[in-house]
Design a protein around this ligand. Structure first.
Ligand code: HEC
Ligand code: HEC
Length: 399
């Protein structure tokens, strides 16, 4: 009897002591890891990247009315997002060590480019560089203007493998992606960064995709005049108390669907923009077909474009465009966009969204100048300020 009690008790005692000591050991190990010195990272980035004091990518404040999230399968961590930042700004990702993702996606333009076509290692892009704003908060999980990348992860290594953009295509005499992976694996700061995040220094395509996608999904913009109004009003329909009458009118026009007569003329209602650019995310409706802009940079026809990035920060609050609009960089003036939707052209378009062709007729909104100005005033309220300057999304190579 005594024995049967004593044995488990001793065993318990032994185990607790063992656990205690192994616990202690764990703490020491992780404490050591937390203050682990990363000399190559310090040498390359100074205080811009400090693995012991990373900026907050993982737990940023997201407004309660934002409900969409396409990043559930690759949850943001500070370490991987920080690696994503380094990769995003690293010119080593191109064959000539001359072009980084940020060469075409510039923070001061909401990660777009003011050039219509951006310059890569072997030529210029066929479409306009897209803004990278709130990419995480969208129903449409596919990326690129024509949605050819099934996920953001899949998208991120495509520009690297594009002959014109970054050059590791593995065709036309270009080196393959595997050559880049070996090259990056030889870089001391990547050895330290990948070891810190993954436990070993291997640089794989999947790891690059995870990190780049986490960095891009961390780029969020919720400090606009719209957000202040939306938070206070609790919905998009009520007038926003912080808006001018003109901005509230523009909001109504943006959100309300139009009613048409049998010939495509608007008889009442709004401009129907939210049918495809739904608030409060202003992401594109996954079912959207093209919007009637079917040109190509340099001439030709392209009816495959069915995606737009979030309309947030399409212009800055002062109305300055963050680069020309649409996949062809059609114009930097919002009035041109409004006039386009006011009078849709259907000729030669086999993929026009039916919403822009009511009862088979090209949409005619017949917006007055006053209504057009109101729509523009509303779109300007979608611009934030922090996205353009926040150091955690800036170039870490500038010490
Ligand atoms: C040479 C210029 C250039 C470079 C370099 C470049 N991009 Fe892009 N990016 C573009 C263009 C142009 C598009 C639109 C292309 C299309 O849809 O056909 C685009 C689209 C994107 C999109 C899609 C956004 C959306 O909402 O669908 C993402 C994400 C993106 N780029 C991330 C990156 C990353 C990550 C890198 C670096 C690995 C990179 N880009 C390098 C020009 C560039
Ligand atoms: C049927 C769906 C649909 C409707 C309705 C619609 N859009 Fe669009 N919008 C799109 C698509 C798709 C694109 C991308 C087109 C392209 O680049 O060729 C786009 C692009 C844009 C852009 C350019 C975005 C960029 O990143 O360059 C703006 C601005 C815009 N729309 C505003 C509006 C406004 C304002 C309205 C209402 C008057 C509206 N849209 C109605 C589908 C729609």
């Amino acid at each position: 009897m005594t024995n049967t009690i004593r044995v488990p008790f001793l065993a318990f005692l032994f185990c607790s002591l063992f656990l205690l000591s192994s616990c202690k050991k764990d703490e020491t190990t992780s404490a050591a890891a937390a203050t682990q010195s990363t000399p190559a990272v310090s040498a390359a980035f100074g205080t811009a990247i400090d693995l012991n004091a990373l900026p907050n990518y993982a737990a940023q404040t997201i407004p309660s009315y934002i409900t969409k999230d396409n990043g559930m399968a690759n949850v943001i961590t500070n370490k991987k997002a920080a690696i994503g930042r380094v990769l995003f700004y690293d010119k080593k990702l191109s064959t000539a060590n001359s072009i980084s993702c940020a060469s075409c996606h510039l923070q001061q333009f909401a990660f777009s480019d003011t050039a219509t076509a951006s310059i890569g290692v072997n030529g210029t892009t066929g479409r306009h560089a897209m803004r990278l704003v709130n990419a995480r908060f969208a129903n449409e999980p596919r990326f690129f203007w024509d949605e050819r990348a099934a996920t953001l992860e899949a998208q991120t290594t495509r520009p690297i493998q594009d002959h014109a953009e970054m050059g590791y295509s593995g065709a036309d005499g270009d080196p393959a992606l595997s050559v880049l992976l070996t090259k990056l694996q030889g870089v001391e700061y990547y050895k330290e960064l990948f070891t810190a995040a993954y436990g070993d220094a291997a640089v794989t395509e999947v790891r690059m995709q995870e990190c780049l996608a986490q960095f891009i999904r961390s780029i969020q913009s919720f400090d606009s005049k719209y957000d202040a109004g939306r938070a206070a009003a609790g919905n998009d329909q009520a007038p926003f108390l912080n808006y001018t009458p003109q901005e509230n009118q523009g909001k109504n026009l943006f959100f309300a669907p139009p009613q048409f007569d049998g010939a495509g003329n608007r008889t009442s209602g709004g401009a129907g923009c939210a049918g495809c650019h739904a608030g409060p995310e202003f992401d594109v409706d996954p079912r959207s077909l093209n919007n009637g802009v079917i040109g190509k940079i340099g001439g030709g026809t392209d009816v495959t474009v069915t995606r737009a990035p979030s309309l947030r920060d399409v212009v800055k609050a002062d109305g300055t465009a963050n680069g020309p609009f649409m996949h062809i960089g059609a114009s930097s003036q919002l009035i041109t966009v409004i006039n386009h939707y006011d009078s849709i052209v259907v000729t030669g378009n086999t993929n026009l969204d039916p919403r822009l062709r009511p009862a088979g007729n090209p949409q005619r909104l017949h917006l007055t100048q006053q209504e057009k100005d109101a729509l523009i005033a509303f779109i300007r309220t979608l611009a934030g300020t922090n996205i353009y300057t926040d150091a955690k999304w800036s170039d870490p190579f500038v010490k």
